[in-house]
Design a protein around this ligand. Structure first.
Ligand SMILES: Nc1ncnc2c1ncn2[C@@H]1O[C@H](COP(=O)(O)OP(=O)(O)OP(=O)(O)O)[C@@H](O)[C@H]1O
Ligand SMILES: [Mg+2]
Length: 419
């Protein structure tokens, strides 16, 4: 049908969100930079709080969004990197330990792989599976702080790994929906991690930063300190809760509440004048009525404040360590006043994150709702399908090291299209 196929040179991201399904097709240009050559965005109907609850509706949206992206990029899409979120995603620190097996005691790639595997052998609660394992630091015969032990000499290698795990059932539902739509999953990437791939600079990750991705059904947070992931969490509050509150507070239907939110809402009531008004058609039992923008802002602020209150509690332990402040992504960034509200509640500098060092379609790069999806393609380009093992160190040795491995192979088979 089209001249090109997705694969090594062309990577496709599929962000399955509660509000929208987003597809981004990207290639690497002659300078090795990622360039977006096509996209498709369709409303999402089969998810709740980030989880697939209706496979059929999700399949439909995926097919439509992929078709749009194929047409625009003139590419036949076969496989995708897909996002995963939901409150089932949990993180845990784990330690692995192994003896160095070579006769001269030099640490090799296989020692590194083995020690990370050991760290992943922790007993997770039933029904949970490791999505990512991020090596934090290595210890060689007790000497800590080692970023890359390859080539060093010792007897015993230990590693501290940050493991992000999720529910197998949720993973399967995403994979099933994508397979039923006719595509293979190259790998699943946690949404906040995907967003961080393009919205954060290395200096920010090094000096300490909190990324908050506020979507429709969830708010996903991730903390980087000293270049490493220290915390990640999914909070079950998103823009849809704000829409719901508006629907109840102003007694309008959900679609009207959503329209009102996008057109008239502000996240900080102090930014709205007491006498500012707007008109709404179709409010229950009435034709057209006048409404107070201040009241609308009060409703919005209350819910957003709840979300930032929860985040504040979760990141309290990192006080003084987040020198680069907060980067906001996701659809809720479009709400006027959200940056100011976040700043006043979290007491940190706040900026809106945009995909960095990526070129191509401006409508994708300028929209905070597409950041996760652009992050997925960057992830795909950098780490290929070695999703379980990677580090954020600039010299990404692990990419090379873990281009094999039984767990990886099992994963690929598991993701192959069903039926
Ligand atoms: N212009 C706007 N003004 C206010 N809110 C907006 C605007 N545009 C989008 N939103 C809100 O952003 C939310 C959707 O954001 P996003 O597309 O990032 O979510 P998602 O990725 O589909 O969901 P999730 O990540 O939670 O599963 C919705 O609640 C929507 O109402
Ligand atoms: Mg999202």
């Amino acid at each position: 049908m089209f001249g090109r196929r997705s694969g090594e040179d062309i990577v496709v991201g599929l962000d399955i969100g509660t509000s929208k399904i987003c597809v981004v097709v990207a290639e690497k240009n002659e300078n090795g930079e990622i360039k977006i050559i096509g996209s498709g965005i369709r409303p999402s109907h089969g998810l709740r709080k980030g989880l697939v609850v209706n496979v059929e509706s999700t399949v439909e949206s995926i097919i439509e969004a992929v078709a749009d992206a194929e047409k625009m990029s003139k590419t036949e899409i076969h496989s995708v990197y897909a996002s995963i979120t939901g409150s089932h995603i949990k993180s845990i620190n784990s330690r692995g330990s192994t003896a160095i097996t070579s006769r001269d005691g030099v640490v090799t790639d296989s020692d590194i792989k083995r020690v990370i595997d050991k760290a992943c052998e922790i007993s997770l609660p039933a029904g949970k599976d490791v999505i990512h394992s991020l090596p934090q630091e290595y210890l060689l015969d007790g000497q800590d702080g080692i970023k890359n032990p390859k080539g060093m000499v010792g007897n015993q290698l230990d590693v501290n790994v940050y493991i992000i795990a999720g529910s197998v059932a949720s993973e399967r539902n995403i994979v099933k929906a994508i397979a039923n739509a006719g595509f293979e999953v190259e790998g699943l990437v946690v949404q906040s991690l995907a967003s961080s791939m393009v919205a954060l600079k290395q200096e920010e990750r090094d000096s300490g930063v909190l990324l908050i991705d506020m979507g429709g059904g969830t708010t996903d947070i991730i903390v980087f300190i000293d270049g490493l992931v220290r915390h990640s969490e999914v909070i079950s509050i998103g823009g849809d809760h704000v829409t719901n509150d508006i629907s109840i507070g102003l007694r309008v239907s959900i679609p009207i509440a959503e329209r009102i939110k996008r057109k008239h809402a502000c996240a900080l009531k102090s930014m709205v004048g007491r006498d500012e008004e707007f008109f709404v058609e179709g409010a229950i039992g009435k034709d057209k009525i006048r409404m107070s923008r201040k009241k609308l802002a009060e409703i919005v602020e209350m819910r957003m404040e709840e979300a930032f209150g929860i985040i504040k509690k979760r990141v309290e332990r990192y006080e003084g360590l987040l020198s680069s402040g907060v980067v906001l992504t996701g659809g809720c960034c479009n709400l006027p006043g959200v940056q100011e509200l976040a700043k006043s509640r979290l007491k940190l500098a706040v900026k809106i994150g945009k995909p960095l060092e990526v070129s191509g379609l401006a409508e994708i790069l300028d929209s905070p709702v597409s950041t996760t999806c652009v992050g997925l393609v960057k992830f795909g380009f950098i780490y290929g399908s070695e999703l379980k093992y990677f580090s954020f160190s600039p010299i990404n040795l692990l990419k090379k090291v873990f281009s094999y491995g039984s767990s990886l192979l099992r994963r690929k088979i598991f993701y192959k299209k069903e039926g």
